[in-house]
Design a protein around this ligand. Structure first.
Ligand code: NAP
Length: 350
């Protein structure tokens, strides 16, 4: 165990991943990459990254697909500005193809446009992506390298072999996967050490409860939950009359009649959070994720430093059994037409 987390941020819960001490809240940097969530000024993105470090959040999750290289570049800039590589635990990913050579970075652009994204774990793509990620992140090693999505056209064992080579070469410290089934994790683990899986998990999206979470707990594979705030729904600031010009325009939870159902659940959860715990619904939602047995880390997709202030409000308390029951009742009563995050699944290569 090392001591890279700032002493004044000692309130942040930590866990161990690949022998490294990491914060249990990780900064998710999909949004600050710009494209699907709308443009974010560079200074704001860098301030958000530096604020995370100040809050004791050293786990920084990114991917080449986020802003088509932009998110990784911004992290590289923040890292240079900060000056201490060891204060950042960099978790990036590989294997999503946005229809351009993976080193061709796009300038920050905005809008809901979701280009045809395809899972691509071809060896050539993986080799090229690693070098581009290292360059953009301005580092000579990546702490956690994750397969972003399975590619049905490539044997998982072949992918594991390539990532093992990256690890042996010292370019990658620890290996992980994302959006993998139990069978896919079993196959990966037969070839290379598997430290983590990154699935969607939040109050409204619990599919991993059935198999993935128990398997990971039994097999000591850390679970890094993404979309802890259900892509902003559980942030508590959304209203029925809001119109979205970003990825929420194509997220089925944000369309009628479901949007009203989810907002109604959030309103009731906010009342519970305030009256029982003196907390916001965002704090309750992330506390719920972190309190689930088998969850190591909850990713928080902040777009500005102020959005991260609530992260410390998640620390130092827990949900009790009565609250857990009430939460489940509220959700069952409010959301009669639930839907998962399947719309995020990339296309398969032809
Ligand atoms: P999320 O964390 O569930 O929600 C993020 C959104 O919540 C923000 O864009 C912001 O939206 C809102 N928000 C943030 N802080 C808030 C606060 N304090 N109060 C109120 N609202 C707040 O979303 P996510 O981006 O889907 O997930 C987080 C991370 O998980 C990503 O950045 C990425 O690193 C990772 N992820 C991975 C995968 C994968 O396939 N592996 C897929 C998705 C995400 P507004 O301010 O615009 O409302």
């Amino acid at each position: 165990m090392n001591d890279t987390i700032k002493p004044h941020a000692a309130e942040m819960e930590t866990t161990t991943l690949g022998g490294h001490r990491v914060s249990r809240i990780g900064l998710g940097t999909w949004a600050i990459g710009g494209m699907e969530w709308g443009a974010i000024p560079e200074s704001q993105a860098i301030d958000t990254l530096l604020a995370a470090i100040d809050h004791g959040i050293n786990f920084i999750d990114t991917a080449p697909i986020y802003g088509h290289g932009r998110s990784e570049e911004l992290i590289g800039k923040a890292l240079r500005q900060h000056g201490r590589r060891e204060d950042f635990y960099l978790a990036t990913k590989a294997g999503l193809d946005w229809g351009q050579a993976c080193g061709e970075d796009s300038p920050a652009s905005s809008g809901p446009h979701r280009a045809a994204i395809v899972a691509n774990l071809s060896p050539a793509r993986l080799l090229a992506e690693l070098e581009h990620s290292l360059r953009r992140l301005h580092t000579d090693y990546i702490d956690l390298y994750q397969v972003h999505w399975p590619d049905p056209t490539v044997d998982v064992a072949e992918t594991a072999e390539i990532l093992l080579g990256f690890q042996r070469a010292g370019k990658v410290r620890t290996l992980g996967v994302s959006n993998f089934t139990v069978a896919q994790m079993e196959r990966f683990r037969a070839i290379a050490p598997l430290a983590s899986n990154q699935p969607p998990y939040n109050l409204f999206e619990r599919a991993i409860d059935a198999e993935i979470l128990p398997w990971c707990a039994q097999n000591h594979v850390a679970v890094i939950a993404y979309s802890s705030l259900c892509r902003s729904l559980l942030g508590g600031r959304l209203r029925a009359d809001m119109r979205f010009d970003d990825i929420r325009r194509v997220d089925p939870k944000f369309q009628p009649p479901r949007y009203a159902q989810y907002l109604s659940a959030v309103d009731r959860l906010a009342t519970l959070a305030r009256e029982r715990f003196g907390k916001s619904v965002a704090e309750l939602a992330v506390r719920w994720v972190l309190d689930r047995p088998g969850i190591s880390i909850a990713l928080w997709g902040a777009k500005n430093p102020a959005q991260l202030d609530a992260a410390l409000g998640v620390m130092g308390w827990h949900l009790d059994a009565e609250a857990l029951t009430t939460i489940d009742q509220i959700i069952a009563e409010s959301i009669t037409d639930p839907i998962g995050p399947e719309y995020l699944t990339p296309a398969t290569r032809s």
